[in-house]
Write a protein that binds this ligand. Structure first.
Ligand code: HEM
Ligand code: HEM
Length: 223
């Protein structure tokens, strides 16, 4: 196995990162399933996605070491240099997202924002069902945003396929299991990268703010 056999067991992903990840997977899947005949459930699950994605953006500034955007968003030179190592079979030992993974993750997060953002204003063909902000725009604009909503979901599906293929590529080609750490939070690395642990107080503040924002949005920004 290419994972370092001798090394330090490091806490890589804090609880909030892992919970947000697997809840996003579950709720996006559920919203998709419910988009045909259960539009009310579709929207409720969508508000869950709104809360999760808002929390993840906050956590990118307030979370533990590897969760912070500053720790994994890299410039073009570093990303290009990383690209040249991709064909090699040496295991990937980045203590967090590698520079390429970072791009895919940012693309997924931005896409989910567009998806839920347009869903809030979307209205169906007979104006019978609509997002909680659909009364703030004209019917024509609501329909256009419904189209963008559907298109952005198609783009998201492609990004998710790419994401899973990349994770499997690391597993098979680079013999690096990235899935285990996204479940347990822990990974063996050659040395301790000294990641800063997450703060419970900052977690609670972010969770309450994100839940409150999602609730307020679900009410059409009315109290
Ligand atoms: C709806 C489907 C999915 C979405 C929207 C999604 C989204 C994301 C996001 C946003 C991250 C970044 C985590 C963070 O820093 O907060 C991530 C990482 C990750 N995801 Fe997913 N994911 C999906 C499905 C999956 C599936 C099915 C798997 C398992 C095969 C998976 C495995 C991983 C792994 C291993 C990482 C960490 C990658 C690394 O070490 O850099 N994801 N995903
Ligand atoms: C992860 C989140 C979401 C996913 C994956 C998603 C996906 C989809 C898909 C695939 C459709 C097309 C259904 C069809 O015509 O067969 C749809 C329609 C719709 N979605 Fe979402 N959506 C999400 C979140 C939201 C949110 C947050 C809202 C607003 C509260 C929303 C409101 C709507 C509305 C009103 C429609 C009907 C538009 C029409 O009939 O053309 N969606 N969504």
């Amino acid at each position: 196995m290419a994972e370092p056999s001798a090394g330090v067991r490091v806490k890589l992903w804090d609880g909030p990162v892992r919970i947000v990840h697997w809840l996003l997977v579950a709720l996006i899947g559920f919203s998709w399933w419910a988009s045909d005949d259960h539009l009310q459930w579709h929207q409720w699950s969508g508000y869950g996605v709104v809360g999760l994605v808002l929390f993840r953006i906050y956590w990118g500034f307030a979370g533990g070491g590897a969760a912070r955007f500053a720790s994994f968003v890299r410039g073009p030179i570093t990303t290009l240099r990383y690209l040249t190592t991709l064909g090699g079979r040496a295991p990937s030992l980045t203590p967090g997202h590698n520079p390429l993974g970072a791009i895919s993750i940012l693309a997924i997060l931005v896409n989910v924002l567009v998806l839920v953002g347009t869903g809030l204003f979307a209205v169906d063909v007979d104006a019978f069902e609509g997002g909680p902000l659909s009364d703030r725009v004209s019917f024509e604009l609501g329909r256009k945003l419904a189209d963008i909503h559907e298109t952005s979901f198609t783009v998201l599906q492609a990004l998710i396929v790419l994401h899973v293929v990349a994770v499997l590529f690391y597993l098979v080609w680079k013999r690096t299991n990235l899935i285990g750490p996204m479940i347990t939070g822990r990974r063996t690395l050659p040395s301790d990268p000294g990641l800063k642990p997450a703060s419970w107080v900052l977690f609670l503040i972010g969770a309450v703010l994100a839940a409150a924002a999602a609730w307020y949005i679900s009410k059409g920004l009315r109290l």
